[in-house]
Design a protein around this ligand. Structure first.
Ligand SMILES: *Cc1c(COP(=O)(O)O)cnc(C)c1O
Length: 466
């Protein structure tokens, strides 16, 4: 058989997909019991993948077999309920099943004519997000790889609009000779915002930083006077403390000055879609653009970022492509690429649609508030064991200082990580080395928190004695 005939047989016989499914189910069944971080053995076994580029075509079944044997154990058990590193989310079963099904479709979502179903579901998601988050009716959505990309798009739209307000056509004239734009951001803004500012050519040294309070929130009294050349970047969910900037007041003064406000809410924006945590995002609808991830708090599969923008014209113009063959195919329906920097994209909005359809408003509240409750429980259990908690646990983040001695903090952290019981990372908070806990998965139960808190206590005993 030649290669095409072999592939045709593999496609028809389904054995390959059944093999993959078997491995997937085996992985899922073991993920709560295994080490959260790969064992040393699993890490060493990664050498199995190191070889020269194969000269001949291979065997599909043994490729899957190798991947499962050596790849699965070297993955991080993010779906197991005791992974609290960074701000990574879990995965809602129906969204994973949706991904399996739609992977067989292999849709390109650039244009409506390339995938009518994806175009329709992007349109539905756009409307649902506007309703759920209480955003202006003109809000449009771009479905991108993550919040990093979403921030980039939001700030590109802001740049276009601010320049247009000054009679400057940015797409045509660029930066050279352009009137100055001021960028205002909180001292605790995420690195992805700083990166977008650099990529867009504003210059990181030109950022006007605004100091925060003890939770990392912007202090409105510390804001500089705004004018119509300003882009203000606010944050819904500080990556360490989980704190939210005061949107209402800052958006009001930005709006009366003619400034643009972007809110980066990679994991925190979803608070605005809940009943019980909505108070944290008061006034966020007064901003101009927002960035948020499906793959964090909402627990959709990777990768899923969303840019929301109330100024469709600014966004589409900023991200516009100009190939004649493309414009000839534009339709009066939704062409997804109008709202993203990419042209070809996978159909990630379908999983987002499944998540929103499955959860409904009540489910979003239950999911997000549940993460908050588990974070509060984690903080309480650690506090009861005399660990110092440095933040107000308003959302899903907990900052722990196990010791005032940085070296001991580091040793305790490594001991927790090596235990395999849970995984937490470190951060710097108010100049101090700390352990950062992020509760992000629907799977995490009260028992998982109890067990993880015990891992902290046990690690401290090993490092510091009883
Ligand atoms: C995670 C995060 C980002 C970056 O998002 P990606 O999806 O990883 O690109 C930006 N801002 C905040 C506040 C985040 O938590």
């Amino acid at each position: 058989m030649n290669l095409r005939e072999t592939m045709q047989a593999e496609q028809q016989l389904k054995a390959l997909f059944e093999q993959a499914q078997g491995y997937a189910f085996e992985y899922a069944a073991g993920v709560t019991d295994r080490n959260v971080f790969p064992t040393q053995e699993a890490m060493t076994d990664l050498e199995q993948f190191v070889e020269d580029m194969p000269s001949q075509s291979g065997d599909a079944s043994s490729i899957l077999q190798q991947l499962h044997q050596y790849g699965s154990p070297a993955s991080v058990a993010q779906t197991g309920g005791r992974y609290f590193g960074f701000v990574n989310g879990g995965i809602i079963p129906v969204t994973l099943a949706t991904k399996w099904l739609t992977d067989f479709w292999d849709q390109n979502t650039a244009l409506q004519v390339m995938s009518p179903i994806t175009s329709k579901l992007e349109e539905v998601c756009e409307q649902w997000l506007q309703q759920l988050l209480g955003l202006p009716e003109t809000t449009v959505a771009g479905f991108v790889s993550g919040t990093s990309s979403a921030i980039f798009c939001g700030l590109a739209a802001a740049r276009l609009r601010i320049y247009a307000n000054h009679g400057w056509d940015f797409n045509a004239q660029g930066h050279n000779g352009a009137p100055p734009i001021r960028i205002i951001a909180g001292r605790h803004t995420h690195g992805a915002v700083v990166k977008a500012i650099a990529l867009l050519g504003f210059g990181v040294d030109n950022i006007e930083w605004v100091e925060g309070d003890d939770q990392g929130r912007i202090d409105p009294a510390a804001m500089p006077a705004l004018d119509n050349s300003c882009i203000v970047v606010l944050q819904a969910g500080n990556v360490n403390s989980g704190a939210f900037d005061p949107f209402e007041q800052i958006c009001d003064s930005a709006n009366s000055a003619g400034a643009w406000v972007h809110i980066d809410g990679a994991f925190g924006l979803w608070a605005g879609g809940t009943e019980r945590l909505k108070y944290l995002t008061e006034g966020m609808h007064k901003a101009h653009s927002w960035s948020v991830d499906g793959h964090k708090t909402l627990n959709t599969p990777y990768d899923s970022g969303i840019l929301l923008c109330r100024d469709k014209e600014a966004l589409v113009t900023a991200l516009q492509a100009s190939g004649a063959y493309l414009t000839a195919n534009y339709s009066d329906r939704r062409d997804g690429m109008m709202y993203t920097p990419e042209m070809s994209r996978r159909a990630r909005a379908i999983e987002l649609w499944a998540a929103l359809k499955y959860l409904g408003r009540s489910g979003v509240d239950e999911l997000v508030y549940g993460l908050h409750e588990r974070a509060v429980q984690f903080a309480e259990e650690l506090r009861a064991a005399d660990f110092e908690i440095l933040n107000d646990v308003v959302f899903n983040q907990v900052i722990v200082s196990p010791s005032h001695d940085e070296e001991i903090t580091q040793q305790i952290l490594q001991q927790i990580q090596a235990s395999g019981e849970c995984w937490v990372g470190s951060s710097i908070w108010q100049g101090k080395k700390v352990i950062r806990i992020s509760v992000c998965s629907w799977v995490t139960s009260e028992e998982d928190i109890r067990r993880s808190a015990q891992a902290f206590i046990h690690a401290r005993e090993i490092i510091c004695g009883k």
